[in-house]
Ligand binder design. Sequence first.
Ligand code: SAM
Length: 337
Amino acid sequence: MMKDSIVHFFVLSGEHEQMAEVEVEELLILYNNRPKKISKKNRILIIETKDDIESAMIERLSLTKYVGKIVEIEDVDKYEKIIEKSKSIELQCETFAVRCHKIKNEKEVPIDKINREIGTILGKKKLVDLDNPETEIIVLISDRIYLGISKTKTGYVKCLKHHVNYRPEFYPISLNPRMARAMINVAGIKNNEIMLDPFCGTGGILIEGADMDLNIIGQDIDSKMVEASLKNLKYFGFEGRIIEGDISEIDKIEKIDVVVTDPPYGQSSSLKGEMRDELMKRTMKSIKKKLEVGKRLVIVVPEKDMISEDGFEIKYQFPWYSHKNLTRNVLVLEKVT
Ligand SMILES: C[S@@+](CC[C@H](N)C(=O)[O-])C[C@H]1O[C@@H](n2cnc3c(N)ncnc32)[C@H](O)[C@@H]1O
């Protein structure tokens, strides 16, 4: 253990465990938390950091369900020790709730008893509020029992407010908000930097970027899509610059730090009469010209071979199952030359 370190738990979503873990690591690095992985079992990732994690970082996470600081970890049959340990918790708030989550637990434990007894112990100091507590006492029951304190909610549930079903301009193949948000988070973009989506469609990626307070620019060849993106962004209270133009015209944009995009593959989204391979070739050429060395392109493609990696290094590759006819591949490419 590092001296004066803080140990945190991250409960990863089963939707894409590998990408969820990378999202946590990449954001911790971006926020200068110098993470050190301690363990990962049953989607519970334990990480040590030197400093506290900013709530802005936690709110960005899209593939992590809960995050908090670890108070104690015990063997499952020693749950009484967890109850005892809860007496040492000093709550820096007025209201709290105890939440127990079973995650692939093998042994049965009396969840109601743990919940009730910790609630009674802490209820002597602060008020219980089950609907909107300031702090959650989290008990994870899995290979072991983890007792933790959580003050900030991740973006896991919140980003679903932007789901296609709730947008005024609807495009059936628009990415799931969790996927769009995670793509941005593995792009290594800092708050004062600029993200471009050159095939923005109805703005699914841009909405998540704006929700995370990033500077966003969208571009699309189709004027109707430009209007749709603007309308969707405005509906959720965001602003952004959206330009009408072909991919080759990103050259005219003054500065771009990262590109996060979902280009058309001709299955459901229009290629505007162009052959897919030709469009991909032009796309990679235009983006390579525009990005600085060390900066990233995160792109979704049905097959990895569709793009030329010339000048880029593949940092990560995440296959993402959408339905039986479509598994998308999220490629994270870093410009090297
Ligand atoms: C898969 S859709 C993007 C979906 C988007 N992620 C969303 O949330 O709605 C691809 C978009 O690329 C646009 N497009 C097609 N050819 C283009 C080109 N040559 N340059 C720029 N945009 C193009 C289409 O108009 C379409 O809106």
